[in-house]
Write a protein that binds this ligand. Structure first.
Ligand code: PAF
Length: 290
């Protein structure tokens, strides 16, 4: 496994590996078991002859003012070990000055899937994500790119960008990995004290409470959101940013579930913002009642 800091070097290294399938797993580092499962999926998709590239870059343009860009954990040595163990061929870990020329004047803005949820509460965030992912696609030229389903909106935005801008890349989504408590793994979990980390498991419980109502036939978004928010509010220090149900394709809010939907939430615990989601699929729901 080799680690590259410059765009020209990573391009040359990929070219040297021959014509196999190139698979990219974009990350911001601070890798955990959730990333490991993305990387392992990437390895399978690349096959023996393909090239598996993991990018590690804490992208400044997707953090808003007052967010945790400075504090975001940077752990390249530990990340490299996980990559090595998981069969990564090449790491691309550029510095910000390699990725962004001074005063860049072009960015990628998605204007539909991003209007609600994190797009509304973190203005500019998805433009930063789209811009850096577009740059990574142009640098690495992957055949396939792998993203986690924990950030369901991000996955939908990237799919939309690839479709609308004709990137020749297949996007592959991987299931969320959870702690035994149900808490979704996140690099930000390490900001939490042990007690708060236990409390944060309420997010999964809230999503499951809503899902249970949905499976029993509840279709009113108000009732499902109430079920989830009541559960979260039972934990004193939880501060809800949003709990919403959106169409799983357009990511626009719905009032009544009439087609497949996603319940997504963002909640602060002691200043740390955590996200999670659950699919509310009518087909799954009908078959679970069979
Ligand atoms: O999901 C992430 O870690 C980041 O948003 C990504 C896709 C690597 C872009 O910086």
């Amino acid at each position: 496994m080799e680690v590259f800091r410059s765009i020209s070097e990573i391009r040359q290294a990929i070219a040297r590996r021959g014509g196999g399938r190139v698979v990219l797993v974009p990350t911001m580092g601070a890798l955990h078991e959730g990333h490991r499962s993305l990387i392992e999926e990437g390895r399978d998709l690349a096959g023996e002859d393909g090239v598996l590239v993991v990018s590690i870059f804490v992208n400044p343009t997707q953090f808003g003012a007052g967010e945790d860009f400075e504090d975001y954990p940077r752990t390249l040595d530990a990340d490299s070990r996980i990559c090595e163990e998981s069969g990564v061929d090449l790491i691309f870990a550029p510095l910000a000055k390699e990725m962004y020329a001074p005063n860049p004047s072009v960015k990628v803005i998605e204007e539909s899937v991003t209007t609600h949820l994190c797009g509304a509460s973190r203005p500019g965030h998805f433009s930063g994500v789209c811009t850096v992912v577009a740059k990574l696609f142009n640098i690495v030229r992957p055949d396939v790119a792998v993203f986690g389903k924990k950030d369901a909106q991000q996955l939908a935005v990237i799919r939309r960008m690839v479709h609308d801008l004709n990137f020749p890349v297949d996007i592959f989504g991987v299931e969320t990995v959870r702690e035994d408590s149900g808490l979704a793994l996140s690099s930000r979990n390490q900001y939490l004290e042990a007690e708060t980390r236990k409390d944060a498991a309420v997010l999964r419980q809230a999503l499951l409470a809503a899902e249970e109502k949905f499976i029993r036939g509840e279709r009113s978004v108000r009732a499902l959101v109430d079920a989830a928010t009541n559960r979260i509010s039972s934990v004193g220090e939880a501060r809800i940013d949003y709990v919403e149900i959106v169409n799983n394709d357009t990511f626009q809010p719905v009032e009544e579930i009439q087609s497949d939907a996603v319940m997504a939430l963002a909640v602060f615990f002691d200043g740390t913002r955590l996200i999670d989601n659950i699919d509310l699929n009518l087909k799954d729901c009908l078959s679970s009642l069979d």
